[in-house]
Write a protein that binds this ligand. Sequence first.
Ligand code: PAF
Length: 277
Amino acid sequence: LKLLSTLAEVKEAEIDGLVLVPTMGALHEGHLSLVRKGSQLGKPVVVTIFVNPLQFAANEDLSRYPRNLEQDCQLLGGEGVEYVFAPSVAEIYPRVSSKVSVPEVTEEFEGAKRPGHFDGVATVVCKLFQIFRPSAAVFGLKDLQQCAVIERMTQDLNIPVQLCFEPTVRENDGLAKSSRNAYLTAAQRNSAPVLYRELNRCAEAISQGNNVASALEQARVQLTDAGFSIDYFELIDRISFRRTENLNKDSAIIAAAKLGTTRLIDNVLLFTTPNMS
Ligand code: PAF
């Protein structure tokens, strides 16, 4: 595994036709599944590890965000990854005078909750695409709105990259893997799988033709009873990222809810897994 930290080193490495797996480090099984997908594509895999300050609001946990490059590299070495790119903030942002915004798909949900967050994500991903010119890039479906932002950005800006969106990796009880799960108390950890259970129940009810509004409401009630404080629990179209009552192949139910101070997000797709676009 070769560790690159500057743009000059990237240029010197002359890696052609690579598969990019952008991350912020603190890697877990979810990230490793993205790496494995990347490896299956038969091209050199570059994993980027960069805690992107532009996607954190002033009140968010940028300084507390876990950083463990050595352990991350060990994990990636075990997966046969060829290159890790772990630049400094100054290397990526000598200045920030241009940003990428994808307003149409970021007005609601995580975009509304975290103003500026998706501009930060789109900007850094666009820069990484320019730096590496990857033939493909892999992202996790857990952050469904992020997938919509990246998909729309690559279309709007004609970026020639094949996007792969990989299914969420879960604990045995269904809870989506996330570094933030570590913040849950034992009692909250017991309740946490109810989120995925209700997403599935609701998806089942809606695909069987039950009334959408009442299926969503029933799930919200169950979650509130289990101790969740709900930010949103909605049926949307994953491409436009708008609420909808009409089912199509891109229908998804998305949820964000807090247990105590820990905010969990999750989603289920009703019909298909968009492996590649
Ligand atoms: O999903 C993430 O870890 C980040 O948002 C990403 C895509 C690496 C951009 O910083």
